[in-house]
Design a binder for this molecule. Sequence first.
Ligand code: NAD
Length: 378
Amino acid sequence: MAPSEGLRQMSKFYRNPTTILLENGAFPKIADWVHLVGAKKILLVLGGKFFKGSSYFGVLKEALRGLDWQVSTPVSENPKISFVREFSEKFRGASFDCVIGIGGGSAIDTAKMAAVILAGDAATLDDYIVSKKAFKKRLPLAAVPTTAGTGSEVTPYVSLSTQDRKKITVTDPQLFPDLALLDPLLTHTMPAPVSASTGMDALSQAIESFWSVHHTGLSDTHALRAVSLVTRHLETVVAKPGDAQARFAMALGSCESGLAIAQTATTAVHSVSYPITEHFGVPHGHACALTLAEFIRFNEPSMQDSRYDSLWKAMGVSSAFGAAEFVEGLMGKIGLERRLSKLGIDRKGMGVVLQNGFRPDRVKNNPRELTTEALKSM
Ligand code: NAD
């Protein structure tokens, strides 16, 4: 049985083995975890250039003083399979004892894959993603998110881009990190567009988890808290990047959206977002936000159950149509463009999105059946 099917079946239950530490100023405690797992040699997987240029790199060096650590090649946004393949092979044989991913979802996903590949059983990335080899072991793994976000620090997924601009998701329980260390202070440096886009990813994930055909009572609890936190605080972090209370709420909301999708996976909104990112370079969360309101309207006939009242309440509205309007209004307030033409997606581009936006594993999670015709009319 493919791991993803196994995981789907298990979603009737609640499974999350990741230990979560969420505290302002918690970052240096990463050293306690390193000592706890007895690691002597550490691979640090860092996203972009921002982290090495921040004062937190100094804090990290101080925390890891006396230990043998190595910094990876910086991870670019939406990592490609080819990048992760080269990345992992470069460090093969270096005998690391643990991996720490610090950054947004791109760095954390790369760290997850590296922790599996560097665990020492000679398997390559292609063994896992092409031959679907079962994951046997991985190195101890900690994830430190600096966006809020993807929630990748608490999910069993890795998202990778293919050479032909498709997005694949690797799913396996081994991809749950051992530790998710959330220090909201690390997210204060996000520029407004990154805060806006990544925040909309968290909102979209939470709403999609709630309406997913795989939702459970427990996943709903996380999804509702995530919706409530993100809808109340996203505008503030975009306008006031140093607002500690709002940043804390966003870090928690993002983590709860990850806890929710770890049980349910995402749905059609994410499926359609992938070609928008891969072919037109729209950041992941912004790409999700583009169709979220329309999907709320589309799914409305399948959201008549009274449990949806709690979703509308968490958003501060009273109906699906109110929720769709709320999402559009929020995008305007946080400066996310809604017009596809302004994002370089013309009529021909729409064809590309339609052609590549149907990922069956996600579309089938949608509460209302989605056809190409329905998507076209949207
Ligand atoms: P990202 O990791 O690509 O980062 C976006 C940009 O923000 C980068 O340039 C990064 O360097 C910068 N950045 C990050 N933190 C910063 C900070 N504190 N200050 C300044 N700059 C900062 O963006 P993301 O949205 O976090 O991750 C997107 C990736 O995660 C995609 O590949 C997506 O498919 C994947 N994803 C994975 C999961 C999962 O469960 N594994 C879930 C959702 C999304």
